[in-house]
Design a protein around this ligand. Structure first.
Ligand SMILES: [Fe+2]
Length: 203
């Protein structure tokens, strides 16, 4: 038996409707996809509450299907909550605490940006900058879908969505120009807030 605690979509920040190079139409459609992930997460947990545990089977079973798709829905919720929250800023180079972390772990901001860009160009869904608590350093991770390939005990602080729904309307297949726009709209104040809230160590 799984306890069902429904979650609700976070509000869309008004600043997201006025981004530089990512249209309001794209953001509104993208936000509806996010609402869908939240809704499906709730639906899946509701079904899991009544699932027949005795029928569990690795080839096919209801619990297997529900738990597999739950990772996609929950990934979709978490990834997009980071994405929407840290857009709406002025872009540019990072400042403050996160700038020091990036310089320490990547060597320079330019190296971090080039690596994240290349990771995003080679991914089929996401590129994340995350802090790995076991290694004590940040790394740019690649994702092919909402549920591939997060790494345990690493906390994402930048989430770059490269699913085509994020840019096709504005850039067709020109993903590189969309990535440029993503960097132009990053809100480093939000990212620094997470770095402090998570108490990512400086040393
Ligand atoms: Fe997305």
């Amino acid at each position: 038996m799984t306890n069902l605690v429904e979650i609700r979509p976070r509000e869309l920040k008004p600043s997201l409707l006025e981004l530089d190079g990512i249209s309001r139409t794209t953001i509104e459609a993208h936000y509806r996809l996010y609402q869908g992930y939240v809704s499906k997460r709730n639906e899946l947990l509701g079904k899991l509450a009544g699932v027949d545990l005795g029928a569990a089977n690795q080839v096919y079973s209801e619990i297997r299907a529900l738990k597999l798709d739950l990772t996609f829905a929950v990934g979709g919720v978490k990834n997009h909550e980071i994405y929407f929250e840290h857009l709406g800023g002025q872009g540019g180079d990072p400042d403050g605490y996160v700038a020091a972390l990036i310089e320490r772990d990547f060597g320079s901001v330019d190296t971090w940006r080039a690596d994240l860009r290349a990771t995003a160009m080679s991914g089929r869904g996401w590129a994340w900058t995350a802090y790995d608590w076991d290694e004590g350093r940040m790394f740019n991770y690649l994702g092919d879908a909402q549920n591939t390939f997060p790494v345990w005990n690493a906390t994402p602080i930048v989430a770059l969505d490269v699913y085509e729904h994020a840019y096709f309307l504005d850039y067709q297949t020109d993903r590189a120009s969309y990535i440029d726009a993503f960097f132009r709209n990053l809100d480093w104040g939000v990212v620094n807030g997470w770095v402090e809230a998570y108490r990512i160590p400086r040393e």
